[in-house]
Design a protein around this ligand. Structure first.
Ligand code: BG6
Ligand code: MG
Length: 214
């Protein structure tokens, strides 16, 4: 019996995953590293610093901690610039309806994003009030694939992990949800997210009637 739905943000509610991608691609190119859509999948869901380390490892580069901090900050500045123009109209089709339908069935709704920018994105989209709780990258020690973020969200919602379903577009996020003992709906391609209990092409394709079959 599902009593809570926990949504990832980037790539599940809005296509901010694309802005992370172009900001990292821009930074990678400064080191002569070509970030492709394929290796970008490894960056989804993981922390800012972990993403940078993955990119540097693609170019067999190791840099001192201080320089990595500066580079992560530089990428973040670009990302923050890119997202300032996002509008509520860019929320993926059917997402708001899905959240409302879940609530009509007395299912609590949470947001769990590894991003430290999640509060700003939610503010720009005007959807803070749609969530019963919000957990972001500033509140956790270990980012996805560690289950910490989802366990914290479930705890804040007062719902047991095995009564939660997570919506995720990242392989690391699917792993995290399953490690938390939750059900998971993958948003994207079955080739990447095949471990999820169900995979939909777009978040809005999921119907509350699908909950029974997870
Ligand atoms: C996740 C994204 O939501 O947040 C990752 O999928 C990103 O790509 C991570 O690296 C951290 O985001 P931020 O905004 O704190 O750099
Ligand atoms: Mg995501």
């Amino acid at each position: 019996m599902i009593k809570a739905a926990i949504f990832d943000l980037d790539g599940v509610i809005i296509d901010t995953a694309h802005y992370h991608y172009i900001a990292w691609k821009r930074l990678a190119s400064e080191f002569g590293i070509t970030l492709t859509h394929e290796n970008n999948e490894m960056l989804k869901g993981v922390s800012r610093m972990r993403s940078l380390e993955i990119i540097l490892s693609l170019g067999n580069l190791e840099l001192p901690e201080q320089q990595k901090e500066q580079l992560a900050e530089k990428k973040n500045k670009w990302f923050v610039e890119y997202i300032e123009s996002i509008r509520p109209e860019e929320i993926f089709p059917g997402v708001i309806e899905l959240i409302r339908n879940l609530k009509k069935q007395n299912i609590k709704v949470g947001l769990a994003s590894s991003s430290k920018n999640a509060p700003r994105v939610i503010e720009l989209l005007g959807i803070a009030k749609d969530f019963d709780t919000l957990v972001d990258g500033t509140m956790i020690t270990h980012s996805k694939p560690d289950p910490e973020i989802f366990l914290l969200a479930a705890h804040k919602l007062g719902i047991a992990p095995n009564e939660c379903v997570v919506f995720e577009d990242a392989e690391a996020g699917v792993e995290a949800a399953l490690a938390a003992g939750m059900k998971c709906v993958g948003v994207g391609f079955v080739e990447q997210l095949g471990n999820a209990n169900k995979v939909v092409a777009r978040t809005g394709d999921f119907k509350t009637s699908d909950l029974e079959r997870l």
